[in-house]
Design a binder for this molecule. Structure first.
Ligand code: ZN
Length: 50
């Protein structure tokens, strides 16, 4: 079963739930990211470059 959960906040890619497995990441803030963008946000938090 494939269920559309939402879209990645960063790249607007559709995120689906496939047989109970989310092909993205739902954060504690209820934000949805694909794996690529989630990795990017994680890195940004770990290594702020501002
Ligand atoms: Zn994305």
């Amino acid at each position: 079963m494939t269920e559309l959960v939402g879209t990645c906040l960063a790249c607007k890619k559709d995120i689906y739930c496939l047989d109970g497995f989310l092909n993205g990441v739902l954060t504690n803030e209820k934000e949805i990211y694909c794996f690529n963008c989630y990795e990017n946000t994680k890195n940004d938090e770990k290594n702020p470059q501002n």
